[in-house]
Design a protein around this ligand. Structure first.
Ligand SMILES: NC(=O)c1ccc[n+]([C@@H]2O[C@H](COP(=O)([O-])OP(=O)(O)OC[C@H]3O[C@@H](n4cnc5c(N)ncnc54)[C@H](OP(=O)(O)O)[C@@H]3O)[C@@H](O)[C@H]2O)c1
Length: 291
């Protein structure tokens, strides 16, 4: 039996936990900050439940596993890494299910980079309470098309989650960032996706995404200009009341992944001499609003 530890049983981690727990050949252990007696996932194909083993502190009874999946928010990575010492054996691989384009850089201080699998997550899930999850539509995970990516993908063979093996993973990362960077507008004005129907807000979204595309290209992503209107259309077509996770974090008074979703465009833009005033402004405004 393959043993998998999932660190961070929130919206994404919880969904993955429930789905992997349905597979007989896999043993799932949950690494959490507090006990969760049961997981209930309301998914497009129906309700699924799981009652996996839940550990609430690193050390003690924690044993090495074949796979560690991290699904915390990016700002919680240093604390999440405290689990690695007891979960890691010589063969253990780490899959990073987080937003942004810096999966490897974020974990390089804590884990051998050659055994890290970065994962682009397109899985719209809300956590209604600890262990109570609502998945709005079918999800897709994207991994690099290499042997470790393939091994990761096989874990999900019977879970109802599609895993795409991307030959050009860099482009997949930046395509997702182009969507995520636009979500900052909703987080700033505290209005769901429908706000993008305003022409003035649509122009700001275009500005954010245009800068992301320019920096992404400098980083080697194959993004064309059509991405800008495609992202805007995606927000306009999503449920008018849909709340992105940056917005949800701000409403809940949690820290926000501002640097992961917008700050990174400013930082990498500056490395390439690309000006990113719209992202720079939104980062400053969100950081000031969060204080
Ligand atoms: N939700 C989505 O629809 C979605 C879609 C695409 C990508 N993403 C990305 O996926 C990542 C995860 O997002 P999410 O929405 O699943 O976040 P989330 O619902 O806030 O869940 C994060 C989980 O990590 C746990 N955690 C934090 N520090 C921990 C530690 N030291 N040890 C163990 N657990 C720890 C939290 O514990 P508590 O329960 O104590 O808070 C929480 O259960 C983010 O990078 C996000 O941007 C999310």
């Amino acid at each position: 039996m393959k043993r998998i530890a999932v660190i961070g049983p929130g919206a994404i981690g919880g969904t993955v936990i429930v789905r992997l727990a349905q597979v007989k050949e896999l043993g799932v252990v949950v690494c959490a900050r507090s006990a969760i007696p049961q997981f209930i996932l309301d998914a497009p194909e129906g309700r699924m439940t799981a009652t996996p083993e839940v550990l609430t502190a690193p050390g003690g009874e924690v044993r090495p596993v074949q796979w560690i999946l991290v699904a915390t928010k990016t700002y919680d990575v240093p604390a999440a890494a405290a689990w690695f010492a007891s979960l890691t054996g010589p063969e253990t691989r780490l899959a990073v299910l987080q937003n942004g384009v810096e999966h490897l850089e974020r974990f390089a201080p804590y884990f051998p980079v050659s055994r890290i699998v970065p994962v682009v997550v397109d899985l719209p899930v809300e956590r209604e309470a600890p262990g109570i999850l609502r998945q709005r539509r079918a999800g897709i995970l994207t991994v690099p098309a290499n042997p470790d990516g393939e091994e990761f993908a096989r874990l999900f063979d019977d879970t109802g989650i599609e895993v795409v093996r991307a030959a050009d993973f860099q482009t997949a990362l930046w395509r997702k960032l182009a969507v995520n960077c636009a979500g900052a507008v909703s987080a700033l004005v505290l209005k769901p996706a429908a706000v993008t129907h305003r022409p003035d807000i649509a122009d700001i979204v275009r500005g954010l995404v245009r800068e992301c595309v320019a920096v992404g290209r400098a980083e080697g992503a194959a993004l064309d200009d059509s991405v800008v209107e495609a992202v805007l259309e995606r927000y306009r077509k999503s449920a008018p009341d849909s709340v992105n996770s940056l917005h949800a974090d701000r409403i809940a008074g949690r820290p926000m992944e501002i640097d992961t979703r917008n700050g990174v465009i400013v930082r990498l833009g500056s490395k390439h001499g690309i000006s990113t005033p719209v992202n720079q402004m939104i980062v400053a405004l969100l950081e000031a609003a969060a204080k």
